[in-house]
Design a protein around this ligand. Structure first.
Ligand code: ATP
Ligand code: MG
Length: 316
């Protein structure tokens, strides 16, 4: 086919709402570009089609009523990537270990920790921890968009929640309620509060009744927003905090050691105040980008400048 014909077929398949046909034509274009030696173009088109197919297959796993409210997340994080205190690491390891040995525990009439609440300031590794637990256990990580559920389906949220808990029961995985404040706190508008209470109560009932083989992780930035009735329903609460000096050093070393052999990271510590793990990590990446863009070596000044910029941005 000539280029113009491909184009016409593409447009036709788009407007007649035939996505499969659209993908086939796109792949035909890729093949013909490859024949002309335009490998970059061909690969580009193929990867766009592959990604779209992959996204579609991920969406298909969920009931139509949950479309757009839950998605599978893939990350490469493993436990050693997480920089936290020994106490937090031990708690996370215990969740993993109890899950692996849950049958043994059950034989003794005991349950593994399955309902975990993570709390702490932004950028300290809460979402990362959920993906680490999923990866270490080789379980899929499903994130539930609670905020969207509550705002979009006012009045129907409990019905949607029931569908989520049915799924939790039917499909073992790590289920992440990442914006738990959306129902756990009173952050909502005045007139939403009644609905929030109802939704929270349904959530508590569902979580109490849950006896699935899944793990349920809820995350909040603000522990004080949540009440004790809620804590009781969780098997464990892990509280994250801003990095200690040791943790700050480890982030700097992990991120910058290969490029900054002569830099004394300890001297930088007094300048890092109140920055989270995520912010320090980003400051390191900023400094690294500068060295690449300006073709210069990594230096104390560059890192300090990046840290200052982050300080100013987050804590003016
Ligand atoms: N404890 C940590 N150890 C190593 N890297 C971290 C840690 N915390 C954060 N990071 C880095 O920062 C990124 C963002 O962290 P994450 O999403 O887990 O933060 P969070 O606690 O969920 O924050 P938020 O409350 O804003 O959602 C991570 O992908 C990782 O690159
Ligand atoms: Mg998060």
């Amino acid at each position: 086919m000539a280029k113009a014909e491909y184009l016409i077929s593409l447009i036709r398949s788009h407007f007649s709402d035939k996505p499969e046909r659209f993908a086939t034509i796109a792949l035909q274009i890729a093949a013909s570009e490859a024949k002309l030696g335009h490998n970059d173009v061909a690969n580009n088109i193929k990867s766009i089609v592959d990604l779209a197919n992959f996204e579609k297959s991920r969406q298909k796993q969920f009931d139509k009523d949950l479309q757009g409210l839950i998605f599978e997340q893939l990350t490469p994080f493993r436990l050693p990537d997480l920089i936290v205190s020994t106490a937090i690491r031990n708690k996370i390891s215990r969740v993993i270990r109890e899950f692996v040995k849950r049958d043994k525990l059950r034989r003794h009439g005991l349950e593994n920790r399955r309902k975990i609440l993570l709390s702490g300031p932004p950028g300290t590794g809460k979402t990362m921890t959920a993906s680490i637990i999923a990866n270490e256990l080789q379980l899929p990580l499903y994130t539930i968009l609670l905020h969207k559920m509550v705002t979009k389906f006012m009045g129907e949220t409990s019905v949607k929640l029931r569908l989520v808990f049915d799924l939790i029961n039917d499909k073992p995985g790590v289920y992440l309620f990442d914006e738990f404040d959306a129902i756990g706190g009173e952050r909502s508008r005045e007139n939403d509060v009644g609905e929030m209470r109802r939704v929270l109560n349904s959530f508590l009932q569902f979580i109490e009744r849950d006896e699935s083989d899944s793990l349920i992780i809820a995350i909040t930035n603000n522990k004080s927003l949540l009440d004790t009735a809620l804590f009781r329903r969780f098997d464990d609460v892990i509280v994250f905090s801003l990095p200690s000096n040791d943790e700050k050093l480890q982030i700097l070393r992990d991120q910058l050691s290969p490029y900054a052999t002569s830099i004394d990271f300890v001297k930088l510590l007094p300048y890092i105040n109140g920055l989270s793990h995520a912010e320090i990590s980003l400051a390191c990446q900023d400094a690294l980008k500068e060295t690449i863009l300006d073709d210069v070596d990594m230096s104390n000044e560059l890192i300090l400048q990046s840290i200052e910029d982050r300080n100013a941005a987050y804590h003016p």
